[in-house]
Design a protein around this ligand. Structure first.
Ligand SMILES: [Zn+2]
Length: 239
């Protein structure tokens, strides 16, 4: 897929920056965007960063973002924001949560929006659901199917306690392209086996609860010869 992604608003400290609470919207949106881009690129997608850092006003930021978005022909437009308005400064033990905005239910972005809500809610956030909103410049003016993700609330201590830009980016990436795996997540593991009554071990990887070993190492263990036939690109096993 080809995907546009941007962080909403100018950078923190500039005119037209985002919401400020226990974390800063503009800064965290940029953190999520950069991590999300890495994950999506690793998964083989083409990603354009349409973030704007030098807008002269809120409407200028939006105008520049939309022009950047529409200059690329993409399958999906994603805007990353953080919400505000919870005003929970001390933590009441329950977070305010996540929501995703789309132009209408007919947009192709709708199914992605639902998945994003679901994946972020798996992190422990309340799922506020997908909301239809036809009053947002970004949703109204982008050509490709678009969604605006309000990751969580910057002014709710409970939301902030749960928050990590790594986990947020991972959740969104998973919603868009299925389970993405960092190399670090390939947990090395020692697998114990019994081969014809003899205890053996193999070094492998555990991914999502499933053990993986190389064909060659497993075959060596059970006395099967492995040859790679490069002409036919076939692994040949023989006793
Ligand atoms: Zn925002």
């Amino acid at each position: 897929m080809k995907i546009n992604i941007h962080a909403g608003h100018n950078p923190d400290g500039k005119v037209a920056c985002g919401a400020v609470g226990h974390i800063y919207e503009s800064t965290e949106a940029r953190n999520v965007v950069s991590k999300l881009i890495t994950l999506l690129q690793k998964a083989g997608h083409t990603v354009y960063n349409c973030t704007v850092d030098n807008g002269t006003s809120q409407s200028d930021v939006l105008d520049r973002i939309v022009r950047k978005c529409n200059s690329n022909s993409v399958d999906l437009d994603i805007s990353i924001h953080f919400n505000a308005g919870a005003k929970d400064n001390f933590g009441n033990g329950s977070n305010t949560g996540t929501e995703v905005l789309v132009y209408n239910k007919a947009t192709k972005a709708y199914e992605y929006a639902e998945k994003v809500c679901m994946e972020i809610s798996k992190l422990g956030y309340k799922n506020r659901g997908v909301k239809v909103n036809q009053g947002l410049y970004f949703l109204n003016n982008t050509k490709a199917p678009a969604m605006l993700i309000e990751c969580c609330f910057v002014d709710d201590v409970d939301d902030v306690k749960l928050y990590s830009s790594d986990k947020m980016a991972k959740a969104i990436a998973t919603a868009i392209c299925g389970d993405t795996k960092d190399d670090e997540e390939m947990d090395k593991t020692i697998i114990k086996l019994t081969v014809n009554g003899t205890a053996k071990t193999l070094e492998g990887f555990n991914v999502g609860g499933t053990n993986y070993v190389t064909i060659r190492e497993l075959c060596d263990l059970v006395g099967v010869t492995v040859v790679y036939d490069s002409a036919t690109k076939t692994v040949v096993l023989s006793k």
